[in-house]
Design a protein around this ligand. Structure first.
Ligand code: NAP
Length: 333
């Protein structure tokens, strides 16, 4: 039995992984954006056969550093070791023409996908070090890599010299560009996720597995799921994209298989070698994916950039989260 903390288990890949993990007898702590979302997820897992003591939900709106810190404080107070830290939550707003701001005035894709996860990792590494055969798993994406199919559509991921992040809260793009591109902001955040894995591995000095991975393109049939914001901004375009990609070309992965891969990464001894690794679930031909170890992009292998991203992010966390700007609050999700 493993004690597992996971973000983003209320929907999609994370929910499917959570179902499998509870049915294998593992103990889950879920960080969910609200108590309502936590209760819904808990009910779904109980319906899937989990026992009441197997699932604990804590509120952490990952858009809000204050909410994330408060969840970390509660976990530190409990002082229960963790055997796996799973940083899986994410959102994208590819169709958005202007940034949405977090309560701290940070572009929300970066705030949720990366910054919150760095704060969680910082706060919970001591609990993880105390765990049994611990590991870190981070859900990134092949779109971080401009050499992959998804990564080369539209503007490629590129953090430049991190001029935006260097300037502090209120930056529009991490590379300092003033024009918002929601699709690139997402790709950049996934590049940051891989760099977060590199930096954590560096700080842990190879003491445990740090697994970053890409699930492939997963388009759920429900109104929820990863493309929910795109559906709102472009319902017809998104319906057509889903029909073509999922049903005609069959280039998507099922949420069940992607969730199963995440559960394996968290618990399977086959993924237990220490150190950084990147795994990718790549399309081989229509209807068929292959999950294997893969190279990251050159930028995602830049250890100096990983360290600089960590330091600048840490400074942003320290300067903003004591001084939330109320005017940004009503735009957060
Ligand atoms: N789907 C794909 O094609 C694809 C491809 C490559 C990588 N990924 C990555 O896979 C991961 C999981 O995505 P998915 O496909 O399972 O999408 P999903 O169904 O939309 O799940 C995303 C999860 O993140 C949580 N989340 C988002 N914003 C949050 C916030 N402010 N506070 C707390 N939790 C928040 C969501 O919570 P709520 O349910 O409360 O919103 C949900 O549990 C993401 O990191 C994504 O970038 C997905």
């Amino acid at each position: 039995m493993k004690r597992i903390l996971i973000t983003g288990a209320s929907s999609g890949i994370g929910l499917e992984a959570a179902r499998r993990l509870v049915s294998s007898g593992h103990q889950l702590t879920l960080l969910c954006r609200s108590s309502e979302r936590g209760q819904q997820t808990r009910a779904q897992l109980l319906a899937a056969g989990a026992t009441s003591s197997q699932v604990t939900c804590l509120v952490a709106d990952l858009a809000d550093l204050g909410s994330v810190q408060s969840a970390c404080d509660q976990l530190q107070e409990r002082d229960e070791p963790l055997d796996a830290l799973v940083l899986n939550a994410g959102q994208q707003r590819a169709g958005a023409t202007a940034p949405v701001w977090s309560p701290q005035g940070i572009e929300i894709t970066f705030a949720v996908n990366q910054l919150a996860h760095q704060l969680i990792a910082t706060g919970l590494l001591p609990l993880l070090r105390a765990g049994s055969q611990p590991r870190v798993v981070i859900t990134a994406s092949d779109v971080h890599n401009p050499a992959t199919g998804g990564g080369r559509v539209g503007q490629p991921a590129d953090l430049g010299d991190l001029a935006g992040l260097r300037a502090g809260a209120g930056f529009v793009m991490l590379d300092g560009k003033a024009r918002f591109d929601g699709d690139k902001a997402y790709k950049d955040s996934k590049l940051c996720n891989v760099l977060l894995g590199r930096e954590l591995d560096h700080q842990l000095a190879g003491a445990m597995p740090v697994l970053t991975w890409s699930p492939g393109l997963v388009i759920q049939r429900s109104r929820e799921g990863f493309f929910r914001h795109n559906r709102q901004s472009n319902p017809l375009g998104m319906a057509l994209f889903a029909l073509v990609a999922r049903d005609l070309l069959r280039v998507t992965e099922s949420v069940a298989t992607a969730g199963g891969l995440l559960a394996d990464l968290i618990t399977d001894p086959a993924f237990g070698s220490s150190g950084f690794n990147y795994w990718s679930n790549r399309l081989v031909r229509p209807g068929m994916h292959r999950f294997s170890a893969a190279q990251t992009s050159a930028e995602a292998a830049d250890l100096a950039k990983a360290g600089e991203l960590w330091r600048l992010s840490q400074a942003l966390i320290e300067t903003t989260h004591q001084t939330a700007t109320p005017s940004f609050k009503d735009q957060s999700t």
